[in-house]
Ligand binder design. Structure first.
Ligand SMILES: Nc1ncnc2c1ncn2[C@@H]1O[C@H](COP(=O)(O)OP(=O)(O)OP(=O)(O)O)[C@@H](O)[C@H]1O
Ligand SMILES: [Mg+2]
Length: 306
């Protein structure tokens, strides 16, 4: 058994495609049972990292150990111990939900009696029992997502990798999916999950931001917000917030500014007097200091003024 506290240990992991460095010497550790969020924009290097950690893509440098196994030395051993729900997951649409589970259970060599027990258990947990005999192609998107998760965990892996599992799912299904992620974590499964949704990053125990293949920051959500201790986020109100944005970005004393619905979020130095910072803005209806969200932190770290 692997008694190590870390389910995933990554040291200077690197991937190049030709001359292009898609993943640049990243370091990270994930503890057993932890929900670790890997957050970044399109093309940041999330899927490339996951593929290396799942033994699907050989690294070009560094080391990664997953569930006690060196991914470069024994990629097949890694694959047996992990579950992977890939970004554009594919179910067999002309197989029923139950047949999909049986198919993946077969790949992992589960004996029939264990597979049947596991199918019942997992369908109960994921509330799929009522849909067991429906073709996967006919299931609503949210249920397809759950079935893809079910297929990824049929063999009770120690670590699961979920690559943007909630893309294209409505907010209620997204929240329900996160409840499932919590239940796996509570049972001791380590969850490595990527998402574009910064509100979902709040649900993770720890979060790493990746930008252009580099780790930009890594901490608990509260710790990441602490990075803004020297800054204040202001919510700015205006009749035309999008029209006001260029003038806000041109202000000398601000760090970042972005549209948030009908308002702007603007980061300014905590010591700065907002009357001075925003005083000259024509069209500004008002401003209020607000607690930072992880999206504010992400913009602060990776964003530019203009
Ligand atoms: N097989 C490949 N050959 C060449 N370049 C690749 C290959 N796979 C990925 N890339 C490039 O590496 C970078 C990282 O891609 P990756 O798919 O890891 O990003 P991502 O963070 O998962 O993005 P997304 O949010 O869009 O899924 C991108 O610039 C991508 O075009
Ligand atoms: Mg991706």
């Amino acid at each position: 058994m692997n008694a190590a506290p870390f389910s995933i240990e990554v040291h200077k992991l690197e991937k190049r495609f030709g001359n292009f460095r898609a993943v640049k010497a990243i370091d990270l550790v994930v503890r057993r049972g932890e929900i670790f969020g890997f957050i970044g924009a399109n093309g940041a290097g999330k899927t490339t990292t996951i593929k290396m950690l799942c033994g699907l893509l050989p690294p070009d440098g560094g080391k990664a150990n997953v569930a006690g196994i060196d991914v470069a030395a024994d990629p097949e051993g890694v694959k047996r111990r992990i579950g992977y729900m890939c970004q554009k997951f594919a179910l067999y649409g002309d197989l029923t939900a139950a047949e999909n589970i049986d198919f993946f259970g077969g790949i992992y060599g589960l004996p029939t009696d264990r597979l049947e027990k596991r199918r019942t258990e997992i369908f109960d947990l994921l509330e799929l029992s009522a849909h067991a005999d429906r073709f996967a192609a006919d299931l609503p998107r949210g249920y397809q997502q759950r079935l893809a998760l079910a297929c990824a965990v049929v063999h009770e892996p120690a670590v699961i990798f979920l690559d943007e599992p909630t893309a294209g799912v409505d907010p209620i299904q997204r929240r329900a999916f996160w409840d499932l992620i919590y239940s796996f974590s509570a049972a001791g499964t380590t969850v490595f999950v990527t998402t574009h949704f910064l509100d979902e990053a709040e649900y993770c125990h720890r979060v790493a931001f990746i930008a252009d293949g580099e780790l930009a920051a890594e901490d608990t959500p509260a710790g990441l917000k602490g990075l803004l201790a020297d800054w204040t986020i202001y919510e700015l109100r205006a009749a035309d917030p999008a029209g006001l944005l260029p003038a806000v970005r041109a202000l000398p004393d601000i760090r970042s500014a972005a549209l948030f619905g009908e308002t702007l979020h603007v980061t300014a130095g905590a010591a700065a007097d907002p009357k001075t910072v925003f005083g000259g803005l024509a069209g500004l209806a008002g401003y209020t200091p607000i607690p930072p969200t992880l999206e504010d932190v992400f913009l602060h770290i990776t964003g530019k003024k203009s």
